[in-house]
Design a protein around this ligand. Sequence first.
Ligand SMILES: NC(=O)c1ccc[n+]([C@@H]2O[C@H](COP(=O)([O-])OP(=O)(O)OC[C@H]3O[C@@H](n4cnc5c(N)ncnc54)[C@H](OP(=O)(O)O)[C@@H]3O)[C@@H](O)[C@H]2O)c1
Length: 167
Amino acid sequence: MIISIIAAVDERGGIGRENRLPWHLSDDLKHFRRLTMGHHVLMGRKTYQSSAGKMPGRKLIVLSRDPKFAAEDAHVVSSFDEGVEFARTAGEQELFVIGGAQVFAQALPVAQRFYLTQVHADAKADVHFPTYDRAEWKELERNEFSAGPKNDHAFSIIHLERVNTAP
Ligand SMILES: NC(=O)c1ccc[n+]([C@@H]2O[C@H](COP(=O)([O-])OP(=O)(O)OC[C@H]3O[C@@H](n4cnc5c(N)ncnc54)[C@H](OP(=O)(O)O)[C@@H]3O)[C@@H](O)[C@H]2O)c1
């Protein structure tokens, strides 16, 4: 099973503000929907609560340390590895880790693919993508989008794959 990260990150590494996305990017939402449809998606409890009901057709796995936390439309797990194993056991081919910052940090060492939306703006975020070594990732594809009525900012969708570091 491939583990993929999918994230939209601004020029200062920002990904969220006040537990929401700090922008509306219609073309990026379409890209997110197309890639993740039908797949398991793994997320933190805060991201789940901020995106409630917005991901039909995806199999939701939510991370929480709170044993009382329950979600009607999601499978709740208490560790990152448990979430990965749940998807693997269900026969998933590509698990998408969809955030937020805490969960991206746990996925970075083990992800093979990284679908990065680079947002060309400073969204004054209060949550940031973890630092990572860009040299560990090679660019396979890049598509540019302009700002306009449907997209608050210009952005690039960049498909990255981990460089094979095996000797
Ligand atoms: N731009 C993007 O691509 C993007 C994507 C997703 C989210 N976001 C934004 O990111 C922000 C939320 O990110 P965040 O980092 O604050 O929160 P988060 O990662 O969504 O959720 C954090 C919560 O997940 C649970 N958790 C994390 N690691 C765990 C582990 N190893 N085991 C068990 N539970 C674990 C904990 O829940 P409990 O507290 O219940 O224990 C923790 O408080 C929002 O602003 C959202 O809009 C942006």
